[in-house]
Ligand binder design. Structure first.
Ligand code: NAP
Length: 351
Protein backbone atom coordinates (compact mmCIF):
# COMPACT_ATOMS: atom_id res chain seq x y z
CA UNK A 1 0.00 0.00 0.00
CA UNK A 2 1.52 3.41 -0.92
CA UNK A 3 2.50 5.51 2.12
CA UNK A 4 2.26 9.31 2.44
CA UNK A 5 5.38 11.09 1.26
CA UNK A 6 7.75 11.94 4.08
CA UNK A 7 11.10 13.62 4.76
CA UNK A 8 13.42 10.93 6.10
CA UNK A 9 17.00 11.06 7.39
CA UNK A 10 19.36 8.21 6.49
CA UNK A 11 22.66 8.22 8.41
CA UNK A 12 25.77 6.81 6.71
CA UNK A 13 24.01 7.30 3.35
CA UNK A 14 27.04 6.30 1.25
CA UNK A 15 27.32 2.86 2.90
CA UNK A 16 26.52 -0.49 1.25
CA UNK A 17 23.10 -0.89 2.90
CA UNK A 18 22.16 2.78 3.21
CA UNK A 19 22.69 3.46 -0.51
CA UNK A 20 19.89 0.98 -1.30
CA UNK A 21 17.66 2.52 1.38
CA UNK A 22 18.16 6.00 -0.09
CA UNK A 23 17.36 4.75 -3.59
CA UNK A 24 14.17 2.95 -2.47
CA UNK A 25 12.93 5.96 -0.49
CA UNK A 26 13.46 8.25 -3.49
CA UNK A 27 11.75 5.75 -5.80
CA UNK A 28 8.77 5.71 -3.41
CA UNK A 29 8.47 9.50 -3.60
CA UNK A 30 10.02 10.47 -0.26
CA UNK A 31 12.52 13.28 0.34
CA UNK A 32 15.82 12.13 1.84
CA UNK A 33 18.38 13.83 4.07
CA UNK A 34 21.50 11.67 3.76
CA UNK A 35 24.50 12.09 6.06
CA UNK A 36 28.06 11.29 5.01
CA UNK A 37 31.29 11.78 6.89
CA UNK A 38 32.90 14.02 4.28
CA UNK A 39 30.93 15.73 1.51
CA UNK A 40 34.01 16.24 -0.64
CA UNK A 41 34.90 12.53 -0.71
CA UNK A 42 33.61 12.03 -4.25
CA UNK A 43 34.66 8.43 -4.90
CA UNK A 44 32.51 7.45 -1.90
CA UNK A 45 29.56 9.70 -2.71
CA UNK A 46 29.43 9.80 -6.53
CA UNK A 47 26.53 7.33 -6.69
CA UNK A 48 24.57 9.59 -4.31
CA UNK A 49 25.33 12.66 -6.42
CA UNK A 50 23.98 10.72 -9.42
CA UNK A 51 20.79 9.93 -7.48
CA UNK A 52 20.45 13.62 -6.54
CA UNK A 53 20.52 14.44 -10.28
CA UNK A 54 17.98 11.72 -11.03
CA UNK A 55 15.58 12.95 -8.30
CA UNK A 56 15.96 16.76 -8.34
CA UNK A 57 15.27 18.57 -5.03
CA UNK A 58 14.64 15.30 -3.19
CA UNK A 59 18.08 14.24 -1.92
CA UNK A 60 20.08 16.58 0.30
CA UNK A 61 23.45 15.53 1.65
CA UNK A 62 24.79 16.69 5.03
CA UNK A 63 28.15 16.18 6.71
CA UNK A 64 27.90 14.43 10.08
CA UNK A 65 30.24 12.42 12.29
CA UNK A 66 29.01 9.87 14.80
CA UNK A 67 31.54 11.03 17.37
CA UNK A 68 30.69 14.75 17.24
CA UNK A 69 27.94 15.94 19.54
CA UNK A 70 25.22 17.86 17.72
CA UNK A 71 26.59 16.72 14.36
CA UNK A 72 23.20 15.40 13.20
CA UNK A 73 21.10 18.41 14.31
CA UNK A 74 20.96 20.05 10.87
CA UNK A 75 20.14 16.84 9.03
CA UNK A 76 17.34 15.84 11.43
CA UNK A 77 15.55 19.17 11.07
CA UNK A 78 12.12 18.75 9.47
CA UNK A 79 12.30 14.93 9.24
CA UNK A 80 9.44 12.72 10.38
CA UNK A 81 11.58 9.58 10.50
CA UNK A 82 15.24 8.74 11.02
CA UNK A 83 16.92 5.58 9.73
CA UNK A 84 20.19 5.19 11.60
CA UNK A 85 22.45 2.76 9.74
CA UNK A 86 25.87 4.40 10.26
CA UNK A 87 28.13 2.26 12.41
CA UNK A 88 31.52 0.70 11.74
CA UNK A 89 31.21 -2.85 10.45
CA UNK A 90 34.30 -5.01 10.34
CA UNK A 91 35.01 -8.44 11.72
CA UNK A 92 38.81 -8.31 11.98
CA UNK A 93 40.16 -7.41 15.43
CA UNK A 94 40.51 -3.63 15.71
CA UNK A 95 43.74 -2.17 17.18
CA UNK A 96 41.67 0.11 19.40
CA UNK A 97 38.20 -1.38 19.77
CA UNK A 98 36.84 1.53 21.81
CA UNK A 99 37.90 4.22 19.33
CA UNK A 100 37.30 2.32 16.08
CA UNK A 101 34.18 0.30 16.87
CA UNK A 102 32.40 0.65 20.19
CA UNK A 103 32.59 4.47 20.51
CA UNK A 104 31.11 5.21 17.06
CA UNK A 105 28.41 2.53 17.50
CA UNK A 106 27.30 3.48 21.02
CA UNK A 107 28.07 7.20 21.25
CA UNK A 108 27.00 7.58 17.63
CA UNK A 109 23.56 6.15 18.40
CA UNK A 110 23.31 8.35 21.49
CA UNK A 111 24.30 11.41 19.44
CA UNK A 112 21.76 10.71 16.71
CA UNK A 113 19.04 10.22 19.34
CA UNK A 114 20.08 13.44 21.12
CA UNK A 115 19.49 15.27 17.81
CA UNK A 116 16.13 13.49 17.49
CA UNK A 117 15.28 14.69 21.00
CA UNK A 118 16.09 18.29 20.06
CA UNK A 119 13.92 18.14 16.92
CA UNK A 120 10.17 18.58 17.22
CA UNK A 121 9.24 16.55 14.16
CA UNK A 122 10.56 12.98 14.41
CA UNK A 123 7.95 10.30 15.16
CA UNK A 124 9.80 7.11 14.18
CA UNK A 125 13.40 5.98 14.51
CA UNK A 126 14.64 2.86 12.74
CA UNK A 127 17.92 1.47 14.01
CA UNK A 128 20.10 -0.97 12.07
CA UNK A 129 21.09 -3.52 14.65
CA UNK A 130 22.34 -7.01 13.75
CA UNK A 131 21.75 -10.69 14.44
CA UNK A 132 24.99 -10.26 16.41
CA UNK A 133 22.79 -8.61 19.07
CA UNK A 134 20.97 -11.94 19.53
CA UNK A 135 23.84 -14.27 20.50
CA UNK A 136 27.58 -14.51 20.96
CA UNK A 137 28.51 -17.91 19.62
CA UNK A 138 26.52 -20.65 17.89
CA UNK A 139 27.55 -23.06 20.67
CA UNK A 140 25.74 -20.92 23.30
CA UNK A 141 22.55 -21.16 21.26
CA UNK A 142 22.56 -24.95 21.17
CA UNK A 143 23.36 -24.95 24.92
CA UNK A 144 20.23 -22.86 25.50
CA UNK A 145 18.32 -25.78 23.97
CA UNK A 146 17.64 -23.70 20.86
CA UNK A 147 18.79 -23.81 17.29
CA UNK A 148 16.55 -21.11 15.87
CA UNK A 149 16.97 -17.55 17.13
CA UNK A 150 14.02 -15.15 17.31
CA UNK A 151 13.43 -11.50 18.22
CA UNK A 152 13.02 -12.34 21.92
CA UNK A 153 16.68 -13.41 22.19
CA UNK A 154 19.23 -11.00 23.63
CA UNK A 155 22.98 -11.26 24.05
CA UNK A 156 23.45 -11.00 27.82
CA UNK A 157 27.00 -12.40 27.87
CA UNK A 158 28.34 -10.02 25.24
CA UNK A 159 31.94 -9.07 25.92
CA UNK A 160 33.94 -6.32 24.24
CA UNK A 161 37.16 -8.35 24.39
CA UNK A 162 35.76 -11.48 22.82
CA UNK A 163 33.60 -10.23 19.97
CA UNK A 164 33.90 -6.43 19.81
CA UNK A 165 31.55 -6.07 16.83
CA UNK A 166 28.74 -8.07 18.48
CA UNK A 167 29.32 -6.05 21.65
CA UNK A 168 29.13 -2.74 19.74
CA UNK A 169 25.81 -3.67 18.13
CA UNK A 170 24.31 -5.08 21.33
CA UNK A 171 25.09 -2.09 23.54
CA UNK A 172 24.07 0.42 20.83
CA UNK A 173 20.67 -1.25 20.47
CA UNK A 174 20.21 -1.47 24.25
CA UNK A 175 21.00 2.24 24.58
CA UNK A 176 18.47 3.10 21.88
CA UNK A 177 15.69 1.14 23.61
CA UNK A 178 16.61 2.81 26.90
CA UNK A 179 16.35 6.30 25.34
CA UNK A 180 13.09 5.39 23.63
CA UNK A 181 11.52 4.37 26.95
CA UNK A 182 12.29 7.80 28.43
CA UNK A 183 9.95 9.71 26.12
CA UNK A 184 6.64 9.49 24.23
CA UNK A 185 7.08 11.42 20.96
CA UNK A 186 8.94 8.90 18.79
CA UNK A 187 8.89 5.15 18.67
CA UNK A 188 11.73 2.81 17.81
CA UNK A 189 11.92 -0.12 15.42
CA UNK A 190 15.13 -2.12 15.12
CA UNK A 191 16.14 -4.27 12.16
CA UNK A 192 18.50 -7.16 12.78
CA UNK A 193 20.07 -8.21 9.47
CA UNK A 194 22.08 -11.36 8.94
CA UNK A 195 25.15 -11.46 6.68
CA UNK A 196 24.22 -9.16 3.79
CA UNK A 197 25.31 -9.84 0.23
CA UNK A 198 24.01 -8.73 -3.16
CA UNK A 199 25.09 -6.02 -5.59
CA UNK A 200 26.46 -2.75 -4.30
CA UNK A 201 25.16 0.56 -5.67
CA UNK A 202 28.70 1.97 -5.56
CA UNK A 203 32.15 0.77 -6.57
CA UNK A 204 33.40 1.06 -2.98
CA UNK A 205 35.59 -1.92 -2.14
CA UNK A 206 35.78 -1.17 1.60
CA UNK A 207 32.42 -2.44 2.91
CA UNK A 208 32.92 -5.71 4.77
CA UNK A 209 30.21 -7.53 2.77
CA UNK A 210 31.96 -6.53 -0.45
CA UNK A 211 35.37 -7.57 0.88
CA UNK A 212 34.02 -10.93 2.09
CA UNK A 213 32.42 -11.78 -1.25
CA UNK A 214 35.54 -10.64 -3.16
CA UNK A 215 37.79 -12.80 -0.99
CA UNK A 216 35.47 -15.78 -1.41
CA UNK A 217 35.45 -15.63 -5.21
CA UNK A 218 39.16 -14.78 -5.32
CA UNK A 219 39.94 -18.19 -3.83
CA UNK A 220 40.49 -17.57 -0.09
CA UNK A 221 38.72 -20.86 0.66
CA UNK A 222 39.70 -22.80 -2.46
CA UNK A 223 41.18 -25.60 -0.30
CA UNK A 224 38.07 -25.91 1.84
CA UNK A 225 35.75 -23.97 4.14
CA UNK A 226 34.94 -24.31 7.83
CA UNK A 227 31.59 -25.94 8.62
CA UNK A 228 29.99 -22.61 9.52
CA UNK A 229 26.38 -21.46 9.14
CA UNK A 230 25.64 -17.94 7.88
CA UNK A 231 22.23 -16.27 8.17
CA UNK A 232 22.33 -14.89 4.62
CA UNK A 233 20.17 -12.05 3.29
CA UNK A 234 20.05 -9.80 0.23
CA UNK A 235 21.07 -6.20 0.93
CA UNK A 236 18.14 -5.01 -1.23
CA UNK A 237 15.65 -6.91 0.95
CA UNK A 238 17.19 -5.47 4.12
CA UNK A 239 16.84 -2.00 2.60
CA UNK A 240 13.13 -2.70 1.95
CA UNK A 241 12.71 -3.85 5.56
CA UNK A 242 14.12 -0.50 6.73
CA UNK A 243 11.89 1.52 4.40
CA UNK A 244 8.80 -0.35 5.57
CA UNK A 245 9.85 -0.06 9.21
CA UNK A 246 10.13 3.71 8.73
CA UNK A 247 6.87 4.22 6.89
CA UNK A 248 4.37 1.60 8.12
CA UNK A 249 2.61 3.00 11.21
CA UNK A 250 2.03 -0.47 12.66
CA UNK A 251 5.74 -1.52 12.54
CA UNK A 252 7.07 -2.05 16.05
CA UNK A 253 9.80 -3.65 18.16
CA UNK A 254 12.53 -5.80 16.53
CA UNK A 255 12.63 -7.58 13.15
CA UNK A 256 15.14 -10.23 12.16
CA UNK A 257 16.06 -9.84 8.47
CA UNK A 258 17.51 -13.15 7.27
CA UNK A 259 16.50 -15.06 4.14
CA UNK A 260 18.04 -18.43 4.96
CA UNK A 261 20.72 -20.00 7.09
CA UNK A 262 23.26 -21.81 4.91
CA UNK A 263 26.66 -23.43 5.39
CA UNK A 264 29.57 -21.71 3.63
CA UNK A 265 29.92 -24.76 1.38
CA UNK A 266 26.24 -24.55 0.43
CA UNK A 267 26.73 -20.87 -0.46
CA UNK A 268 29.68 -21.79 -2.71
CA UNK A 269 27.50 -24.43 -4.40
CA UNK A 270 24.95 -21.74 -5.36
CA UNK A 271 27.53 -19.78 -7.35
CA UNK A 272 27.39 -20.15 -11.14
CA UNK A 273 30.95 -21.35 -11.34
CA UNK A 274 31.28 -21.55 -15.15
CA UNK A 275 29.57 -18.22 -15.89
CA UNK A 276 32.18 -16.42 -13.81
CA UNK A 277 35.20 -18.65 -14.46
CA UNK A 278 35.44 -19.67 -10.81
CA UNK A 279 36.26 -23.35 -11.39
CA UNK A 280 39.49 -23.39 -9.37
CA UNK A 281 38.54 -20.67 -6.89
CA UNK A 282 35.66 -22.14 -4.90
CA UNK A 283 35.77 -24.73 -2.11
CA UNK A 284 34.54 -28.25 -2.81
CA UNK A 285 34.73 -29.58 0.76
CA UNK A 286 34.70 -28.64 4.45
CA UNK A 287 37.88 -28.57 6.52
CA UNK A 288 37.79 -30.83 9.62
CA UNK A 289 37.26 -28.76 12.78
CA UNK A 290 40.60 -29.71 14.36
CA UNK A 291 42.50 -28.64 11.25
CA UNK A 292 40.48 -25.44 11.13
CA UNK A 293 41.40 -24.80 14.78
CA UNK A 294 45.07 -25.16 13.90
CA UNK A 295 44.93 -23.09 10.70
CA UNK A 296 42.29 -20.55 11.80
CA UNK A 297 44.65 -17.68 12.78
CA UNK A 298 46.33 -17.89 9.34
CA UNK A 299 42.99 -17.05 7.63
CA UNK A 300 41.95 -14.45 10.22
CA UNK A 301 39.79 -16.76 12.37
CA UNK A 302 40.52 -16.78 16.11
CA UNK A 303 40.82 -20.24 17.71
CA UNK A 304 38.15 -19.49 20.32
CA UNK A 305 35.79 -18.50 17.48
CA UNK A 306 36.45 -21.80 15.69
CA UNK A 307 35.89 -23.76 18.90
CA UNK A 308 32.56 -22.08 19.67
CA UNK A 309 31.07 -21.74 16.20
CA UNK A 310 32.37 -24.32 13.74
CA UNK A 311 30.06 -27.33 13.54
CA UNK A 312 27.18 -25.69 15.47
CA UNK A 313 24.04 -25.28 13.30
CA UNK A 314 22.13 -22.05 13.64
CA UNK A 315 19.00 -20.62 12.06
CA UNK A 316 16.81 -17.53 12.37
CA UNK A 317 13.05 -17.05 12.57
CA UNK A 318 12.19 -14.41 9.95
CA UNK A 319 8.39 -14.69 10.14
CA UNK A 320 7.72 -11.28 11.78
CA UNK A 321 9.50 -9.42 8.96
CA UNK A 322 7.42 -11.28 6.39
CA UNK A 323 4.00 -11.03 8.01
CA UNK A 324 4.24 -7.53 9.54
CA UNK A 325 6.57 -5.70 7.15
CA UNK A 326 5.69 -7.69 4.04
CA UNK A 327 9.33 -8.42 3.16
CA UNK A 328 9.68 -11.05 0.41
CA UNK A 329 13.18 -12.51 0.54
CA UNK A 330 15.06 -13.20 -2.68
CA UNK A 331 16.44 -16.72 -3.09
CA UNK A 332 20.10 -16.81 -1.90
CA UNK A 333 21.26 -18.02 -5.35
CA UNK A 334 19.99 -14.76 -6.87
CA UNK A 335 21.71 -12.74 -4.15
CA UNK A 336 25.17 -14.27 -4.52
CA UNK A 337 25.16 -14.41 -8.32
CA UNK A 338 23.91 -10.82 -8.67
CA UNK A 339 26.69 -9.81 -6.28
CA UNK A 340 29.42 -11.59 -8.24
CA UNK A 341 28.09 -10.13 -11.52
CA UNK A 342 28.35 -6.58 -10.09
CA UNK A 343 31.87 -7.19 -8.70
CA UNK A 344 33.02 -8.41 -12.12
CA UNK A 345 31.24 -5.58 -13.99
CA UNK A 346 32.81 -2.96 -11.72
CA UNK A 347 36.28 -4.50 -12.00
CA UNK A 348 36.46 -5.39 -8.30
CA UNK A 349 37.23 -9.04 -9.07
CA UNK A 350 38.91 -10.29 -12.26
CA UNK A 351 36.50 -11.25 -15.07
P1 NAP B 1 29.34 0.04 5.37
O1 NAP B 1 29.18 0.07 3.92
O2 NAP B 1 30.74 -0.01 5.93
O3 NAP B 1 28.56 1.26 5.99
C1 NAP B 1 28.85 1.78 7.26
C2 NAP B 1 28.50 3.24 7.26
O4 NAP B 1 28.80 3.79 8.56
C3 NAP B 1 29.32 4.03 6.24
O5 NAP B 1 28.47 4.89 5.55
C4 NAP B 1 30.28 4.83 7.10
O6 NAP B 1 30.58 6.11 6.59
C5 NAP B 1 29.46 5.01 8.37
N1 NAP B 1 30.34 5.36 9.48
C6 NAP B 1 31.27 4.57 10.08
N2 NAP B 1 31.90 5.28 11.04
C7 NAP B 1 31.37 6.53 11.04
C8 NAP B 1 31.58 7.74 11.79
N3 NAP B 1 32.50 7.82 12.75
N4 NAP B 1 30.80 8.83 11.52
C9 NAP B 1 29.85 8.78 10.53
N5 NAP B 1 29.61 7.68 9.79
C10 NAP B 1 30.36 6.58 10.04
O7 NAP B 1 28.63 -1.22 6.01
P2 NAP B 1 27.15 -1.77 5.86
O8 NAP B 1 27.29 -3.23 5.67
O9 NAP B 1 26.36 -0.97 4.91
O10 NAP B 1 26.60 -1.54 7.34
C11 NAP B 1 25.49 -0.69 7.61
C12 NAP B 1 24.88 -1.10 8.92
O11 NAP B 1 24.41 -2.44 8.83
C13 NAP B 1 25.82 -1.07 10.12
O12 NAP B 1 25.11 -0.59 11.22
C14 NAP B 1 26.19 -2.54 10.33
O13 NAP B 1 26.55 -2.82 11.66
C15 NAP B 1 24.86 -3.18 9.96
N6 NAP B 1 24.94 -4.60 9.58
C16 NAP B 1 25.66 -4.98 8.48
C17 NAP B 1 25.68 -6.33 8.11
C18 NAP B 1 26.39 -6.80 6.87
O14 NAP B 1 26.47 -8.02 6.64
N7 NAP B 1 26.93 -5.90 6.05
C19 NAP B 1 24.96 -7.28 8.87
C20 NAP B 1 24.24 -6.84 9.97
C21 NAP B 1 24.22 -5.50 10.32
P3 NAP B 1 31.55 6.36 5.34
O15 NAP B 1 30.65 6.19 4.15
O16 NAP B 1 32.04 7.73 5.51
O17 NAP B 1 32.64 5.33 5.39
Amino acid sequence: MPQAQQRILVSGAAGYLASWIVEELLRDGHTVHGTVRRLQEHPKTQHLLDLADQYPERLRLFEADLLKEGSFDGAVEGCSAVIHTASPYFLSRPDDRERQLIGPALRGTQNVLASVKRSATVRRVVLTSSIAALYNDARDVSRMGQQTLHEGNTNPNTHSGRNPYAYSKTVAEQAAWEQCRQQQRWDLVSILPGAMFGPSRSKRPDSTSVTMMSQFVNGLYRRGVPRLWLGLVDVRDVASAHVRAATLPQAHHRYIAVAKSLRLLEIAQLMRVRDFGLEDKLPRSEVPKMLMWLLGPAVGMQRHYVARNVGHPLSFDNRRSQTELGVRYRPPAETVNDHIRQLVADGLVPA
